[in-house]
Structure formats: C-alpha cells, structure tokens
Design a protein around this ligand. Structure first.
Ligand SMILES: [Zn+2]
Length: 299
C-alpha cells in the first residue's frame, strides 16, 4: 500500500539477531535505531536470522525472537517468515554463498590455515593497543602473532595459496600490516585503525568447517544489497576487518552506523545473561513496548 504512494528508496537496512538466547533491552535499542533509520529513509528493512552456530542456536529461541520483535513493534519487509527476493534469510541455509566466497579468498592467496589453539594465541599475543584519539572502539581479541603465516605472500600472492583440506583448522585472513584503515561512521564520525596493530589476521573459516562471523556477515550484507549496517558499537573494530573482506572480494561496502551499548546499573554491558532485562521478562512484568522504548532512547 505504502509503495503505491512512495516507492521505496534505495535504502536497505537489516536486523541481524542470533537465536542464542532471549532478546534484551540492548538489542531492542539497537534494532529500534535500525528501524527508525530505514523508515526515515523510506527504505526496506531485512530480518536476517544469524543461526550459524549449531552449538548455541536453538529453534525455540528463534521462534521467541520473531515473536518478541513483533511484540515490540518491529516490522520487516523481508525475512525468514515473510520471504523476499534474497531468500533464504536463515544463515544456516546460506552455506553455499559462504563457501564460494571462502574459495575465492583462498584462490587469491588471501587466507591461510592456522593450527594454533586459542591458548597459543592468547599466550603469544602482546598487550592490546587502545584506539587512537577519537576512536570509539575497544580492543576485542588478542592480535594474532602471525605464527602460521605463509612467508612468500609479498612477492607471489598466488603462491601463498594453500591446498590444505578446508575442515579441521582455522583459516585466517592475511591483513596488510601497518595499513591505516578509515571509514566515516554515521554515529561516531571518522574511525581509524591500523591493520596488524589494532587487530591481526582474523578467522574467516572455522575448524568445525563453518564460516566465521566476519565472512558470513560480509557475504550476506553484500548479497542482500544492504546499504547501511546499524549495529552495536561492540562491532566497531570488526568493521575494519570487514572492510578488508569487502575489498578482497571486490564488493562495495555499505555505510555503517554503530549504536552506543546499553549497560546495566553497574556499568556492565547487557548480555543475554541479564535475564531480567529480556524483552520476555519485561513483558511478563507488565511493561509495554512504549515504556521500554522510553528506557532505551538512542542518543
Ligand atoms: Zn596459527
């Protein structure tokens, strides 16, 4: 109906929750900003179900997620329950796209197999570097020390291509050490990080033979023609990693808008363990979406 009056603009935003627990206030606030920005632009909002991790994903959380979002007042034009031109909208059904992107990265010599354990990386990584002035991000994982890096990359990228079996090891993206990366965030302004200093070679394919978050996110945001990514500021540093993937895959990156994180009264970032602040618990306690929205107005 609305489209007869005002055809959709080119704006395409998305909500990308993972069904690993109940949605809480922090999700609601970030998603609300995403919806408001899509509405203001006269655009389309896509719901993508990020159910890639079989160990943490549950079907009952997925159905609760859709129900809680609808109750809160979210409406999406494309998604797992309503379909759309970019279906499927469940990441668990999109493996072929991730695999194709991974094989392109491998053919270009952009990724290499890593047999280090998490503990190896933690023990050999240096102290994390804080963001430069104006940076709204915080270090999020140890900088990988490069133990398994191929030695011949600079002269012959293709020679660095590994024919190792895909499964059974992590595959890391080789970042260009010392390169300063910059983007303009819609909320925080100019953001800069240095590859190899602020973040290291990151995992794009996991040893359990599943795509890592960074790769799946880029492949889907590109494949679903997303024009602006609105998400929590905890993912700000990952934006630099993802920009490298966009470039390596020949994709045009979307715009980015990161939202401040909601904290509890102790200043601790909300997580799915804050059950009392889940939308489900608030609803059971008689709170209305309007009241919750008033608690989570974005600044
Ligand atoms: Zn390694």
């Amino acid at each position: 109906m609305q489209s007869a009056v005002s055809p959709p603009s080119g704006y395409r935003g998305r909500l990308a929750p993972s069904p690993t627990g109940y949605l809480h206030l922090g999700h609601a606030r970030t998603f609300w900003t995403a919806q408001q920005r899509a509405l203001a632009a006269g655009g389309v909002l896509v719901l993508r179900n990020e159910d890639l991790d079989p160990a943490r994903t549950r079907a009952d959380f997925a159905s609760a997620m859709l129900e809680d979002l609808r109750w809160f007042g979210f409406a999406w034009q494309e998604g797992p329950d309503v379909g759309g031109p970019h279906a499927p909208y469940n990441q668990s059904q999109r493996r072929e796209f991730y695999l194709a992107a991974f094989e392109r990265l491998r053919a270009a010599g952009s990724v290499y197999p890593c047999t280090c354990s998490r503990r190896d990386v933690e023990e050999s990584a240096g102290a994390p570097h804080e963001a430069p002035p104006g940076g709204a991000w915080a270090p999020d994982e140890p900088v990988y020390p490069g133990t398994c890096r191929p030695r011949i990359r600079a002269e012959q990228p293709a020679a660095a291509r590994s024919s190792a079996p895909r499964a059974g090891r992590n595959w890391r993206f080789l970042v260009p050490d010392g390169t300063a990366l910059t983007f303009v965030d819609g909320r925080y302004g100019i953001q800069t990080a240095i590859a190899g200093t602020h973040f290291g070679d990151f995992v794009v394919w996991r040893k359990d033979d599943a795509p890592a978050y960074q790769l799946a996110c880029v492949v889907d945001d590109n494949g679903m023609d997303i024009t602006e990514v609105v998400r929590g500021a905890d993912l700000l540093l990952s934006t630099f990693r993802q920009l490298l993937l966009y470039s390596a895959l020949g994709f045009t990156p979307p715009a980015f808008f990161h939202c401040p994180l909601v904290t509890d009264d102790q200043g601790v970032r909300l997580a799915k363990r804050h059950e009392a602040l889940s939308l489900r618990a608030l609803r059971a306690a008689g709170r209305t979406p309007e009241e919750i929205r008033a608690l989570t107005v974005a600044d």
